[in-house]
Design a protein around this ligand. Structure first.
Ligand code: DGY
Length: 380
């Protein structure tokens, strides 16, 4: 075991599984114990290096649950394979920290945790949007600093979303959930920029528009944009909800920021490197009416120079999925992935993962992202 501290659960279990961080809840433990696993759980909050993890795997290790803060590439999948490992799950829905090609080359299936953090992440986008638009952290500091000397017509003016346009970059599960929240709560028009224009998305917002009309309110629109420029120029609230890959790296750069309205509100709760954070700092400094809410950072946990001085940017430390439901659910899905892989169960890989969260443990690995590449069987 590495110098970092690890605790052992079920020392006599026949499948040795390392878990690189403490996870919340009990069900995930029960799932792995039912699969006869000996668990070694790192109790240190420090981010583990590949060396730490390799040392913890040792010469014999059947599976691992890793974190988005760790670099799961050729070195670790090679070591896992050499240790006899056949199972890996990320404790996250995103897997930009995983080199899928390397995992597949070593024949290791890779699990992730979709479906339990969609609404939590979308709700954080909403929280950041309002916190930034209405200057909530600034107002809180103002109150605590004893600066409130009486109501004033011009005190801490912010932005109204009602009746304006929300622009979503990446109309996947989280982006759609966020757009639904903003459109239904604030009667916002929707724009989105995505590789695919999606009929069900258009149908949803057209149905909502018809409902608004029956209530005597005006219609809303839904536009699938041809370009990022169209979205940036047309939206009042812009949210990154896309995955990070080579195509989306620095998608929101100085140019994209220059297309945004002077008083736009920009949110990123996806992955830091989808935005050029240095360009964002420069833009926020030169555009006092611009506002942003960030959950993720390009060099996490570090911030780019000058970011912490921008009072028009609200920040939280990558906690968009940090609800008890989501984080326990992620643990359950990650455990179901590893336990399912170790027991030879097929991959579920369907959107409805509710069966994993309570009751009997399904005889499936919840979500295997490289099932095709490694020839992993999938539920019919
Ligand atoms: C994920 O699961 O990818 C999230 O970023 C965790 O909050």
């Amino acid at each position: 075991m590495s110098a970092k501290e690890w605790r052992v659960v079920n020392p006599d279990g026949s499948n040795r599984v390392i878990v690189t961080k403490e996870l919340p809840g009990q069900r995930w433990l029960d799932i792995l114990l039912a699969a006869d696993c000996r668990l070694e759980i790192c109790t240190s909050p420090d981010i583990l290096s590949a060396g730490d993890i390799k040392e913890a795997m040792g010469p014999s290790c059947n599976g691992a649950i890793g974190q988005l803060t760790e670099d799961w590439g050729d070195e670790l999948f090679g070591a896992l394979k050499a240790a006899g490992g056949t199972a890996y799950s990320n404790y996250a829905v995103g897997f930009n920290n995983v080199d899928l090609a390397a995992a597949s080359r070593h024949g290791i299936p890779v699990g992730n945790t979709p479906g339990v953090l969609t609404e939590a992440t979308a709700e954080m986008c909403v929280a950041l949007a309002f916190a930034a638009a209405r200057r909530v952290p600034e107002a809180d500091v103002f109150m605590r600093g004893g600066q409130y000397n009486g109501w004033l017509p011009t005190l801490l003016l912010g932005e109204l979303f009602h009746g304006k346009t929300v622009g979503v970059i990446g109309m996947g599960r989280i982006g759609l959930s966020f757009a639904k929240m903003m459109a239904s709560a604030c009667h916002m028009n929707v724009m989105y920029y995505d590789p695919h224009c999606k009929l069900p998305v258009a149908e949803y917002f057209m149905a909502l528009s018809r409902f608004f009309i029956t209530q005597g309110e005006g219609p809303i629109t839904c536009t699938c944009c041809d370009s990022l420029q169209q979205l940036c120029e047309g939206s009042d609230l812009i949210s990154i909800n896309t995955i990070l890959n080579d195509e989306t790296h620095h998608l929101v750069d100085a140019q994209a920021l220059s297309w945004m309205k002077e008083n736009a509100v920009f949110i990123n709760a996806a992955r830091g490197p989808v935005m050029d954070e240095a360009a964002l700092v420069a833009h926020a400094k030169s555009h006092p009416g611009f506002k942003a809410g960030l959950d993720v950072f390009e060099d996490e946990p570090a911030m780019k120079p000058g970011l912490s001085e921008c009072r028009n940017i609200v920040m939280v430390p990558h906690i968009a999925s940090a609800t008890v439901y989501s984080r326990e659910g992620m643990a359950t899905l990650a455990a179901s992935n590893v336990a399912g892989m170790l027991q030879g169960f097929p991959a579920w890989n369907k959107a409805d993962i509710s069966g994993f969260l309570e009751g009997d443990f399904p005889k499936y690995a919840a979500s295997v992202v490289n099932a095709n590449e490694v020839g992993y069987p999938t539920a019919g």
